[in-house]
Design a protein. Sequence first.
Length: 132
Amino acid sequence: MIERRPVRLHLQRIRFPKILLLSAPSGNAEIRLAGILLAIGAALCYSFYLVIVNRSKRIKKVSEQTLTLYSLITGAVLFAVILAFQGEYILEGLDTPADWGILMGLAIVPTMIATLTLADAEACARIALKIL
C-alpha cells in the first residue's frame, strides 16, 4: 500500500505560508482577536457538523439535498434570531437593486453551491467506497 502521509504533509507545508500571506493585513487593517476566535469557532462547528453527519446512522438515511436544505434553514433561523436580539438595522447600505444583487450573489454562489457540491462529493465518495 502506498504511503500518502508525506504527500499530505508536503501539501500542508505549501498551503500554510500562502494562507498567512493572504490573511496578512494591508493598509490600515488590523487583526482582531475576536475575528480570529470567530474563524476558529466556525471551523470547529463545521468540523463537528461533518463528523456528526458522517457517523450518524439516522442522518445517513436522509438524502444529501434534504440535509443541505435543513442546514440552510437552520442557519437562516439562527441568523434571524441573533439579529432580533441585537436590535440593529441590518439592511443599512442596501439602497440600490445592484446592492441587493451583490448580496444575493454572495448568498447563493458560495453558500448553496459549495454546500450542494460537498453533499454530492460525499455521495460519490460513498459510492466509490462501496465499489472498492
